[in-house]
Design a protein around this ligand. Sequence first.
Ligand code: GDP
Length: 298
Amino acid sequence: MFDTLSDRLTSALQTLTRKGKLSDADIDATAREIRIALLEADVALAVVKEFIAKVKERAKGAEVSAALNPAQQVIKIVNEELVTILGGETRRLNLAKNPPTVIMLAGLQGAGKTTLAGKLAMHLKKQGHAPLLVACDLQRPNAVTQLQVVGERAGVTTFAPEPGNGVGDPVDVARRAIEEAKHAQHDIVLVDTAGRLGVDEELMKQAADIRDAVTPDEILFVVDAMIGQDAVNTAEAFRDGVGFTGVVLTKLDGDARGGAALSVRQVTGQPILFASNGEKLEDFDVFHPDRMASRILG
Ligand code: GDP
């Protein structure tokens, strides 16, 4: 996903390596190239501006270092600022003191929520947890079956409304699922919710009703990193309509420009917890800002 951005940043920084000493003009010229590279990768303008201002300020004020030449120093600063916009430290899941921990997934249809539910369930199971998947996406035909299928693949139980009872009420399903989790000793409940093709009020209200009914320990906003600048707008709409405590980036295996991944933390103020990078259940990982920054810098 970050190939073009990586190439651009590397070449912007490479011009510096030939210089023994950096003038403010050198730093400004490099900063300009980095700015263009980030904007072309679809990183949100506000994020780019803040990033460039910090890099310039730090690079110009950098002490002469015995260990690093001036170019290495700038590269180190760019790397550190990338880690910062990606969230700094790795943020782990908040687990409830009194199980079950309730994790609700929200996002647009097609973002990869259902797939992610299976991936996260498998990840948690490997860590010794006993997750229960809950099918609260009762809008999209086949969403319940799809969740049951990923649940089976992940080797975890799925709680779903009984067939033949009409569409059903997702809030009621969520409530009953929590009872079931307590009864059957599931320590984590993963609630998959409905997503529409675009942000709409009904969707937000339904997600907010489920939230109010089950008071989640985490609400994870699942966002397709391929949708570019739209990711930021969607994130803002979900933040205002439902609220969330963390972000999951999906489809990082795609060939989009990756700006969404670099903007969403800074714009929403919420950390990225996980990354999905493929259709298989194994294509999933905890999100590490430092590793992602290294990957971007090549
Ligand atoms: P939902 O509507 O949010 O529940 O989305 P789904 O989980 O049904 O995913 C929508 C489509 O994206 C499916 O075809 C998935 O196989 C695919 N998908 C999900 N996550 C990823 C990912 O990380 N990478 C790729 N390439 N495809 C994904």
